[in-house]
Design a protein around this ligand. Structure first.
Ligand SMILES: *Cc1c(COP(=O)(O)O)cnc(C)c1O
Length: 466
């Protein structure tokens, strides 16, 4: 049978790819411009289907020109790495192709998602919590803000949001952009997300938060939502949750923790103090697809109070889908999606495989690797650490001998490194200073990978600095 032959061909390619992930001498990417890419891959769909061989060749090309995010020199995004048990879990999820709305159609997956939410809630300290897997951290932030709006203005679920109510939200000035999108989607308006000042390490300043809240009240506005960012995207800073919780209690405001990047630190005995006070928040966005290395998408929104998510949903009198005949809750009643991909099962396979202790070690290792990178920067005279390391992000630059425009030089450095295919790393601006941002997200990183990264940086920099 043709399909079975394609399958065994594909299987060989998967094996080779996984083996290459561990090989640092393989390029992270074979960079091609959009035009060049069209020369090497025929993207057009033809009248007739392709042959078996052509199909296999397309599989090859897809992998060949995609970025190898499982390669340990992929240090670019807030996610990376190849998680073997989670990969298998994903493949089996797709194989079974179930949708998460009812127990009837997804009995095992529903039970697994319920188990994962309960495990994650136990880390968050939500003793009567609930939660749902969503399509990413941005979406988790949206649903959190949606829940906060529906708590303070329950009628808005039916009547629509009355802008005279002047709802206003508060986030760290370095918070993720998805809060503005959320305010936009909810009719609150992106302008009504107030950016609160942070300190030099990127942490929100509690006194500034309180000042902004009282100013808003004086203007006749209604503060309803505050987000603590648990690891900011550039500096990896953790906002002081417990101090923010005090303020939110005082003014009766929903407190959300955006742990989309660094929420997984809660697994680490040693480092979870960075999220001290998490049990006092009303909701928590946790993205296992970042630091737990689960294939995208794997993202949960946890809520402190059971019933919160059902309260959001206003149109579940759809008898044709929810029959409520099984003794377990149909998860579709808590989601703004109808058909929903099974994202909890791959997490469950990975967690089963590594165990609670194994995952804790993986997270600890990420901090160890970031600490190691920071040490190398401090010891190497050509490298300058640009901000004190907070967690998994290390921001630095190269100081050249000849070029005096350091931003220009470091931008070129990161571009030439990326195009060389040796290592990929991202950059951002701290004030006006361009910073190369190294992220340790791959749980299997070792010191030798970090060494190789810096040796690649230094050799590219020397080429440019002459
Ligand atoms: C990545 C990230 C998000 C968005 O999560 P997605 O899963 O990419 O939608 C939100 N907030 C922070 C702090 C993040 O790092």
């Amino acid at each position: 049978m043709k399909e079975i032959e394609i399958l065994s061909g594909a299987f060989e390619k998967i094996k080779a790819y996984i083996t290459d992930n561990q090989n640092n001498s393989k390029p992270v990417v074979q960079f091609r411009s959009p035009a060049q890419l069209k020369e090497v891959i025929n993207f057009t769909v033809g009248e007739k289907g392709v042959s078996e061989n052509e199909f296999l060749e397309l599989l090859d090309k897809y992998l060949e020109y995609s970025v190898k995010t499982g390669n340990k020199q992929f240090l670019n995004q807030l996610y990376s790495g190849f998680n073997f048990p989670a990969f298998i879990g994903e493949v089996f999820t797709v194989l079974a192709n179930t949708s998460m709305y009812t127990y009837e159609v997804a009995p095992v997956a529903t039970t697994i998602e319920t188990e994962m939410i309960s495990l994650m809630n136990s880390y968050a300290g939500y003793s009567d919590g609930d939660g749902i897997f969503v399509s990413g951290g941005s979406n988790a932030n949206l649903v959190a803000m949606f829940s906060a709006r529906n708590r303070i203005l329950p009628e808005s679920r039916f009547e629509g949001y009355d802008r005279n109510q002047k709802l206003v939200a508060f986030v760290n000035e370095q918070a993720h952009y998805s809060f503005e999108t959320a305010a936009n989607v909810l009719g609150i308006g992106a302008k009504n997300v107030v950016k609160v000042k942070s300190d030099k390490n990127g942490k929100l300043i509690p006194a500034e938060l309180e000042l902004e809240i009282t100013n808003a009240i004086k203007r006749g506005e209604k503060p309803f939502f505050v987000a603590a960012t648990c690891a900011t995207t550039l500096l990896g800073a953790y906002d002081p949750i417990d101090e923010m919780a005090e303020i939110c209690k005082k003014y009766n405001i929903w407190l959300h923790a955006d742990g989309s990047f660094g929420g997984s630190i809660i697994l680490s005995e040693k480092h979870r103090h960075l999220m001290k006070g998490i049990e006092q928040t009303d909701s928590f966005a946790w993205n296992p697809h970042k630091l737990m290395n689960i294939p995208l998408i794997c993202s949960a929104l946890l809520v402190k109070k059971r019933g919160t998510l059902q309260h959001n949903i206003t149109d579940i009198n759809t008898d044709y889908i929810f029959h409520d005949i099984d003794t377990i809750e149909d998860l579709g009643k808590k989601s703004i999606q109808c058909g929903r991909k099974v994202d909890a099962v791959k997490l469950w396979f990975a967690w089963k495989y590594f165990g609670l202790e194994g995952y804790q070690k993986r997270i600890d290792n990420l901090i160890d690797m970031a600490t190691y990178a920071e040490k190398i920067i401090n010891e190497q005279s050509k490298l300058e650490l640009l901000s004190e390391r907070q967690s998994f992000a290390v921001c630095f630059r190269y100081v050249p001998d000849k070029e005096s425009d350091l931003n220009k030089f470091n931008l070129e450095l990161r571009e030439s490194l990326r195009k060389s295919g040796k290592s990929i790393v991202n950059y951002g601006y701290i004030g006006k200073t361009l910073a190369i941002r190294l992220i340790t997200a791959n749980g299997e990183l070792q010191k030798s990978d970090i060494d190789l990264f810096f040796s690649n940086v230094l050799s590219e920099a020397k080429k440019l600095d002459n």
